[in-house]
Each structure stands twice: as structure tokens, then as C-alpha cells.
Design a protein around this ligand. Structure first.
Ligand code: ATP
Ligand code: MN
Length: 457
């Protein structure tokens, strides 16, 4: 159907005086004695288009005025009576699809909890449409950043036979039902599709390292799967993962790249989504725009884990889980550090090796690894990264300590045997980034169809 996007009709001065056709869904309808106003949204902009109908000047189906109905309107573009944009003086209104009154997206019932029960319709609200426009802008900015900085975009497999790090967190991929005639697990998997136990990848990192140790700078951007049973507001079973991996990069380089990327992405959202951010600032998180501007303008903090534990221990009374050296940081500790102590994003570095993954570079102290998590206010961990262990002996030793099956990692070890180089990278949780930019507090509200334990609507 030949028509113009509402975004264009609203903003283009040169359209004034011309006839245009727009299509969209009815958001409001008001009328007085002489005129009626139909507000339309087609998803292309935060702002709605006001259609002005001079009463008696044209006949149309009354269904065209119902909340949620879809219509096509022909009219003359004129400067809006109020504000700077344009509006449309209707000459023809036709119904595309009527919308009965049981339409779930009513003005009054729209709590976020209720909207989670209608995931297929909630994008018709201001809030969700704005979230998904921001999400799209951020995704484009990710590709742009890496492309502009000489990274190659790699697609890592989603089905894998190696459990990168998350023992027990991996979803299995199988085509066969359990059959009691198998005596052992091995025998069972031998008869399965791949002939071995296979699962959905929790991270593209190991394959990313393969590409980085040939192409130099690469990134993956795709889904990761984790069978997390923790029902938190920050975890999904299926999330999108941005994972750059860089040859010849050491931990300080990894930190620099992460900070630069994050600032670039926030800058892109500030620039490309001003209407959305103003809305989130008013109705979701007061001060959001100021927060984002401040993050772009200031340096992130860096704090070694050992120092962070020193800071947290003095406050142990306030925590549900008191910390000591060697503890994994819980969300409450992460948020205390970034919100109360540093009051800005902070990279915590050099964690005890016992609480981190086998592939992280072992520091000279023998106790810690060159890892870093970036913690941000309101969310906690948004990025996890490290320099990788490049020394084949040390890597083997770390794997043996963890009783890993080395034969399953022959390719990974080969990267160290043949021309090993220092390298590193990180994983950014894309949904957590969208939460950070919009102020949305539940990861289920920045994902089209969120998947979590007992929830696959
Ligand atoms: P957390 O401690 O929050 O569970 P993690 O340490 O398991 O995260 P990493 O393995 O370091 O996470 O993954 C890198 C990034 O991916 C995290 O910093 C986070 O932003 C994101 N992420 C990890 N797990 C999930 C999940 N289940 N749902 C959404 N995002 C996730
Ligand atoms: Mn992590």
C-alpha cells in the first residue's frame, strides 16, 4: 500500500500543502462540535500523528475511531496547530481492521505485570514500542562500532559439544527420548543425533578465540542459552550476547575497549532516540538522560577485587551474604560498590581464580586471574571479561585442577600450541544494556518473548 511513515509526515516541512496517505493504529479519538481528532501511531516514531477531521466534511466507518483499530488516512499535511511538527487534515478515512472493546491494551489496565501476559500485543504501548526502538538502535550501533574499529563479525555455532564454563547451565540438544535399554550415558548419547552429548551454547567465546587468533579483532553478537534456575530480574534462559575477542590484547586493553564500546553505544542511543529517552526519563527512571550523559563524559572506576572486598567487609552488617576474600560477589555487593561507593560504572579486576573460569590468565600472585566484571548502577554486572591464559602448560594445569576432559578441548589447546599470543575479550549482556539505557527494571520487559524457567509463552 503506497503510504508514508508517520515519522516523515510529522517532521518533513516540505510535505506541507501536499496530500499524503498514512496507515496506523488508533491511539485516541476526541471530538467537539465542529472537529474531531484521531491520534495515530504506526510505530515509526514516539510521537503520534494528529489527524484532524472537519465534521460533516467526509463520511467514514465509525469503527475507524475505536482504540486499536487500524486505518488508512488520506489528507493534506499542514503545520500542527500546536507544536512544531505537522498534522493531517483528513479527506478520506478507511478501515483496515476493526478492534473490538475487549482489546487488552486499554489505557487503564496497563501495568507491566499485566502486559507480560499479552506479549504479542504489548508492543502497541508507548513503553514497549520505545524499548524496542532503543533496542534496535543499540544493535545497529554495536555493528557500527565494531565495523568502524576494524573488527570482523563472526557467527559462532549455537549447538555445541563443549560446555564453555557453566556446568549444569547448558540446555541439551537431542532428538531421542530416554530409552531404558541403554546401560550407560555414553551408550545413550552414541545413539543420539550427534553421537555425543550436545547442547545450546552458553557463550561464543571459545570459537571467538579461534577467529581472533587468525583475524585479529572479531566479535560475535547472537543468542546464548543458560538453564539458570535463578528467577531474577536480570537473567533469561535465552539472551543476546555481544562478545568481542582481540588478539594481542591484555587486561588493560580489554577494559579500555569495554569502556569505549559502552560510551559509544550510550552516545548513539542519546543521539538517535531523544523522544524515547525523554519518555523514559519522565515515566520510568527520573534523571535517566543526565545519568547517561554523565556516564559518557566521565571515566569509569577500576578497583581490584581484593580492594573491593576490603571496602565491602566494613559494611558486612548491611548484607544478606557477608563477604570475605574468596567470596563470589552477589548482586547486593555489586550494586553497593557501583551505586554507593563509586557512584559510576566500575571495573572490578583480578578475582580469585577459584571463582572464575579455567581459561582466564593466571596472575603472578598465584591466587588471582586477570578477569574483570563491569558493574553499573541499577543493574550490577553488565560485562564479564578477561585476558585469556595463553601459556599451554598453565592452561592445561588449570583444566586438570578442575578435572576437565582435556580431549574435548584439543582444538582450544592447539591455539596455544601453534603460535600462542596474549589475547582477551568480554561478554556484554545485550538485554542488560537495554535495561541500563531505558531504566526498565525487569529483563522480561526488554525482550520480545522472554524465556525463563517455567515461562515460554
Ligand atoms: P551473572 O553473574 O549476572 O549471572 P555471569 O557472570 O554468569 O552473569 P558471564 O558468563 O560473565 O555472566 O556473561 C557475560 C554477560 O552476559 C554478563 O555480564 C551479563 O551481562 C550477561 N548475562 C549472563 N547471563 C545472563 C542471563 N542468564 N540472562 C541475561 N544476560 C546474561
Ligand atoms: Mn560474569
Amino acid at each position: 500500500m503506497k503510504h508514508l511513515d508517520i515519522r516523515e509526515v510529522l517532521n518533513k516541512q516540505e510535505l506541507r500543502g501536499q496530500t499524503a496517505v498514512v496507515c496506523g493504529w488508533v491511539r485516541t479519538f476526541r471530538e467537539s462540535a465542529q472537529v474531531a481528532f484521531l491520534e495515530l501511531s504506526d510505530g515509526t516514531s514516539f510521537q503520534k500523528l494528529q489527524v484532524v477531521i472537519e465534521k460533516g466534511s467526509l463520511a467514514f466507518d465509525p469503527e475507524c475511531t475505536k482504540l486499536g483499530a487500524s486505518v488508512a488516512v488520506k489528507g493534506v499535511v499542514v503545520q500542527a496547530y500546536k507544536g512544531e511538527g505537522n498534522e493531517l487534515n483528513a479527506t478520506e478515512i478507511s478501515l483496515l481492521g476493526k478492534c473490538p472493546p475487549e482489546y487488552p491494551i486499554q489505557k487503564k489496565r496497563t501495568t507491566l505485570e499485566f502486559l507480560r501476559t499479552v506479549p504479542h500485543l504489548r508492543l502497541r504501548t508507548n513503553t514497549f514500542a520505545a524499548v524496542f526502538r532503543v533496542r534496535s538502535v543499540a544493535a545497529q550501533a554495536i555493528h557500527r562500532y565494531f565495523h568502524e574499529h576494524g573488527y570482523y563479525y563472526i557467527n559462532a555455532p549455537l549447538i555445541t559439544a563443549s560446555d564453555c564454563e557453566g556446568a549444569g547451565e547448558m540446555f541439551r540438544v537431542t532428538t531421542q527420548p530416554w530409552n531404558a535399554s541403554y546401560k550407560t550415558e555414553e551408550e545413550y548419547y552414541k545413539n543420539d543425533f550427534f553421537g555425543v552429548k550436545a547442547g545450546l551454547s552458553v557463550s561464543g567465546q571459545l570459537e571467538g578465540e579461534v577467529a581472533a587468533t587468525a583475524l585479529g579483532k572479531i566479535y560475535t553478537f547472537g543468542p546464548s542459552f543458560r538453564a539458570e534456575n535463578s528467577n531474577t530480574t536480570r537473567h533469561l534462559a535465552e539472551f543476546w550476547h555481544v562478545e568481542p575477542e582481540v588478539a594481542f590484547a591484555e587486561l588493560p586493553d580489554v577494559i579500555e575497549i569495554a569502556e569505549d564500546l559502552l560510551k559509544y553505544l550510550i552516545g548513539a542511543v542519546l543521539e538517535e532516540c531523544p523522544d524515547e529517552l525523554r519518555f523514559f526519563d519522565s515515566f520510568v527512571e527520573k534523571g535517566l538522560i543526565e545519568k547517561l550523559r554523565h556516564v559518557v563524559a566521565s571515566d569509569f572506576a577500576v578497583c581490584p577485587y581484593t580492594e573491593a572486598i576490603g571496602i565491602l567487609q566494613k559494611e558486612n552488617a548491611r548484607f544478606q551474604f557477608p563477604v570475605e576474600w574468596g567470596s563470589d560477589l552477589q548482586s547486593e555487593h555489586e550494586r553497593y560498590l557501583t551505586e554507593q561507593v563509586f557512584k559510576r560504572p566500575v571495573f572490578v579486576t583480578d578475582y580469585p581464580k577459584e571463582i572464575k573460569s579455567f581459561y582466564m590468565k593466571q596472575n603472578a600472585d598465584g591466587r588471582t586471574v586477570a578477569a574483570t566484571d563491569l558493574l553499573v548502577p541499577g543493574i550490577g554486572e553488565i560485562i564479564g571479561g578477561s585476558e585469556r591464559e595463553a601459556d599451554p602448560q598453565k592452561l592445561r594445569a588449570a583444566m586438570e585442577e578442575r578435572k576437565m576432559d582435556l580431549s574435548a578441548y584439543r582444538q582450544y589447546l592447539d591455539l596455544r600450541t601453534f603460535g600462542t599470543v596474549p589475547h582477551g575479550g568480554f561478554g556484554l549482556g545485550f538485554e542488560r544494556f537495554v535495561m541500563y539505557c531505558t531504566g526498565m527494571e525487569n529483563i522480561r520487559d526488554v525482550t520480545l518473548f522472554p524465556r525463563s524457567s517455567k515461562n515460554i509463552m
